[in-house]
Design a protein around this ligand. Structure first.
Ligand SMILES: [Zn+2]
Length: 139
């Protein structure tokens, strides 16, 4: 059974923005996932979003990503700087800032900034994206 307890020492080896403003994370266990913005917003771990669990998914609708901008990708390791625009503010990431050594805070275009995504939670979401786990298994 998959559980976030499986990833006690998980840390990102590298983080970067994709051309569509999604986030790719390479983990220190050798795995690598690209987290789509809408997926991250849908799984925001803050109390407000968890309290509306079940309806958030319908509020946040995936839209087609904008065409990739010319040039190179921004380095996510800096965790700042310009990012490609998106048409949907609720799933537009405006910034990603480190929280201590264990998490990052994602800020969204609609002003929502209370979601703090721990590395373990994000790593677990990777399993969810791959269909190897469900959120119900997350304690
Ligand atoms: Zn939230």
């Amino acid at each position: 059974m998959k559980s976030s307890q499986q990833f006690p020492d998980i840390e990102p080896d590298g983080l970067e923005w994709t051309s569509a403003s999604d986030i790719t994370i390479a983990w220190n266990d050798g795995s690598r996932f690209t987290y789509r913005r809408a997926f991250l917003r849908e799984h925001c771990p803050c109390a407000t979003c968890r309290g509306t669990h079940g309806s958030t998914a319908t509020l946040v609708k995936e839209v087609a990503p904008p065409p990739p901008p010319p040039g190179k990708k921004a380095s996510f390791a800096i965790m700042s700087g310009p990012k490609p625009p998106s048409r949907d503010v609720a799933t537009t990431l405006t910034s990603a800032d480190p929280v201590g050594a264990y998490a990052m805070r994602l800020s969204w275009g609609d002003g929502h900034t209370s979601g703090i995504y721990s590395w373990r939670y994000l790593r677990f979401l990777g399993e969810v994206m791959e269909g190897r786990a469900t959120l119900g298994e997350l304690e």
